[in-house]
Design a protein around this ligand. Structure first.
Ligand SMILES: Cc1ncc(COP(=O)(O)O)c(C=O)c1O
Length: 384
């Protein structure tokens, strides 16, 4: 048996100790870029006696959530709801579509994660890199595809770079990639889908995925992926596809049985059913409009008191990244707003943007009024 290298063991500094979960925590209203607030009836929907994932009842549940989500998103493409988080589809999209070469557009932490994932899967990764805060430009994607000798199996782009608050123009980028029929277009729409309208079928988007704890406003535990016929067929031709996140396995299982290929997080799917009915009732476009109003309100507030970090014209509709132009103590303000108002918002992302920026997640079930409650609290605590 090969033993673990002693170098690896000694390099790891083990600092984590058990901290008993007491169950005694104050409720906090979430304004972070996910998870976000979940309606009470959606939480309650999870409290049902358990049933089996091969029972007819499961077919009723899974076919309902799949077809309702397609209706909400207005797509004729196939759709998978898988237990896991969005990162699952970052990985499986690459395995399912890419033999060798992938072009990853990067403009922040999550798009850089996509490049890292593809590298770890052994793919040849080229990046089209932008400074954090800048957006990916369709004309640069075209120039790279035109000017390169490499035939890319896929181009990837993040719709909403949650680390910087940038909304990339994925529709226009999709219109560029369509001109390269052997190149598939993969969109990470985690933190955008459900809060920012996109016409999936109109822009050659082969794969678009999200996590349900973001703008879908559900408890975490499921990831949603919309797959074009071309992407499905592409995977069928390959022999190196993902097992768990394989498009074919999930979609064929749906066609044959109306269920998932392995045991899903049934309680979260029950919550999903309830929340998707609410989303259908509101409608994709009305939900988009409500998110636009929250984003506009937050940006205006940010301009009055601070600055807006992302490049002008590319600001996210679900996560505002605010530049700390006044040099407030961001971490201290977050702590005090949490203690005094039971509201939680986020520091800037990682060491690069922490303290220099902070982020407000205005997604899911929030509205302008609830966002104003947070900005009032920040004004009070920071003495604005
Ligand atoms: C844009 C983006 N992509 C991917 C992820 C990863 O999602 P998950 O944690 O659900 O795997 C996140 C999480 O915040 C995200 O914001």
């Amino acid at each position: 048996m090969p033993s673990r290298s002693p170098l690896v063991r000694t390099q790891v500094v083990r600092v984590t100790k058990k901290r008993e979960y007491t169950g005694d925590y104050p409720d906090k209203t979430l304004y972070i870029p996910g998870p976000t607030e979940v309606r009470e009836d959606v939480v309650e929907a999870m409290c049902e006696p358990m049933f089996g994932h091969r029972m007819d009842r499961m077919t009723d549940l899974y076919t309902t959530v799949v077809e309702d989500t397609k209706e909400f998103l207005g797509t004729d493409n196939d759709l998978i709801i898988l237990t896991g988080s969005g990162t699952e589809f970052m990985e499986s999209s690459i395995l399912n579509l890419v033999d060798e070469n992938v072009l990853v557009t990067t403009c922040g932490s999550f798009s850089e994660r996509q490049a890292n994932v593809a590298e770890r899967l052994g793919k040849d990764v080229d990046t089209l890199e932008y400074e954090w805060g800048r957006a990916v430009k369709p004309e640069d994607v075209r120039a790279r595809l035109e000017g390169s000798d490499t035939e890319y199996d896929a181009v990837t782009c993040v719709m909403n770079e949650s680390s910087t608050g940038v909304r990339n123009p994925i529709e226009e980028i999709g219109d560029v990639v369509v001109d390269y029929p052997d190149t598939y277009f993969v969109v990470d729409a985690v933190s955008a889908l459900g809060g920012d309208y996109v016409d999936i079928d109109a822009h050659g988007i082969d794969v678009i995925f999200t996590s349900v704890q973001k703008a879908f406003a559900m408890p975490p535990g499921l990831a949603v992926c919309v797959v074009s016929d071309d992407a499905y067929e592409r995977e069928v031709e390959k022999d190196s596809a993902s097992w768990y996140g394989g498009f074919q396995r999930s979609l064929d299982y749906y066609d044959r049985k109306g269920q998932t290929h392995s045991t899903p997080a049934i309680p979260v799917m029950l919550a999903y059913r309830t929340q998707m009915k609410h989303m259908l009732e509101e409608g994709h476009e009305a939900r988009d409009q409500r998110h636009r109003e929250m984003a506009e309100y937050t940006r205006e507030w940010a301009r009055d008191h601070f600055g807006v970090f992302p490049e002008a014209g590319y600001e996210s509709q679900t996560v505002s990244c605010i530049e700390n132009t006044r040099g407030i103590d961001v971490a201290g303000t977050i702590d005090r707003v949490s203690e005094e108002y039971d509201m939680v918002f986020s520091n800037g992302y990682g060491s690069a943007l922490g303290g220099k920026t902070f982020r407000i997640g205005h997604m899911g079930e929030h509205d302008v009024e609830s966002i104003r409650a947070l900005t009032d609290a920040i004004e009070d605590v920071a003495g604005l």
